[in-house]
Design a protein around this ligand. Structure first.
Ligand SMILES: [Zn+2]
Length: 330
């Protein structure tokens, strides 16, 4: 039988940004919700995601904001997750959407304090960073390197998402609603969509920090967003179609938000869902089914599930290499 050439790796890393409900109030210019709805991401949505991951034996990376860990329940949740094999990454301390526009000293303080809060809660120092709102700069990359981080995963080179964000910010400004969101440098759209070492400016390749870009479908399909928000909005049919369009990338970096598994009615979030967050109108059960369809579709195509840290080890060639895909692929 003829030998087949070794194929490119097929790794999938699932991550969850644990943006608490107050982030969505801020981004949509709405007043904050009272407790218990204010804690729905950690207390209601995250347990549903744990059930999904555990039912499929999928490891995942959780990106936490340090400020949320002053809540003992959140800190205990992350400690237990880290003890059972989840990676906990740094999503900054205060989740300022305009972190990329703040001074270098403030950027450093936000990243450093995020690391410390997570280490206090979990007993483990984070090695990966995700910027609030996917907006990162060369200066932020320099600070991450100074602080000894191993990888960043913030670059989202997605034309459709970029256009949607510009439109949403314009919509809020026109109505006098004070959104906290900021528009990224359009050069991000020219960044590689596969793992790469950043140059200066960061959308170019170089020998800087390792970047694991957020998932977009393959270039010839227009780099559509392969993130939780769009997968849950598309339902199982949409999830199946998008998964077909990203398959073939060496790393599928599937980024979810905790709120992807929230349920407006059951979790008391109607005030957010009606005006601002259409995915919240869908029942959690349906959204989890769409995510399960995506994950099973990737597994059926030979993807091996790893944390982002393990993916970073693999792509930097420095650490434990995940086992090769199954013998049928070799
Ligand atoms: Zn976030």
């Amino acid at each position: 039988m003829a030998r087949r050439a070794p194929e490119a790796p097929r790794l999938c890393a699932v991550s969850v940004d644990l943006d608490e409900v107050q982030c969505y109030s801020a981004i949509h210019g709405l007043p904050p919700l009272p407790a218990p709805a204010a804690h729905a991401v950690y207390r209601r949505a995250l347990p549903r995601l744990f059930d999904l991951f555990e039912s499929l034996s999928i490891p995942a990376t959780l990106f936490a904001s340090g400020r949320d860990l002053t809540d003992p329940h959140a800190a205990r949740t992350l400690r237990a997750a880290a003890d059972s094999g989840y990676e906990v990454g740094n999503h900054s301390h205060d989740h300022f959407y305009d972190l990329s526009r703040r001074s270098r000293a403030e950027v450093r303080q936000q990243i450093d304090e995020g690391n410390r809060s997570i280490e206090r809660a979990t007993g483990r120092a984070p090695v990966g960073f995700r910027a609030p709102g996917y907006t990162i700069t060369d200066e932020m990359f320099e600070v991450l390197a100074e602080l000894g981080m191993q990888y960043d995963s913030s670059v989202f080179p997605c034309p459709l998402y970029y256009a949607a964000k510009v439109a949403a910010i314009g919509h809020y400004r026109a109505r006098g609603r004070p959104t906290h969101s900021v528009i990224d440098d359009p050069r991000v759209l020219r960044a590689p969509a596969e793992p790469y070492r950043t140059g200066t400016p960061y959308p170019q390749r170089g020998d800087g920090l390792l970047e694991l870009p957020i998932g977009v479908t393959r270039d010839w399909t227009g780099r559509l967003p392969y993130i939780g928000t769009y997968i849950v909005l598309g339902g199982s049919l949409g999830a199946r179609a998008l998964t077909g369009l990203i398959a073939g990338r060496s790393l599928v970096n599937l980024e979810l938000h905790g709120i992807d598994a929230a349920d407006a009615r059951e979790d008391g979030l109607e005030a957010l869902a009606v005006p601002a967050q259409p995915d919240l109108r869908l029942p959690a059960r349906e959204k989890l089914e769409s995510l399960r369809t995506a994950l099973l579709g990737l597994r059926a195509r030979g993807y091996e599930f790893v944390t982002l840290r393990a993916a970073a080890d693999y792509f930097s060639g420095s650490g434990s290499t995940p086992s090769a895909p199954g013998p049928a692929e070799a």
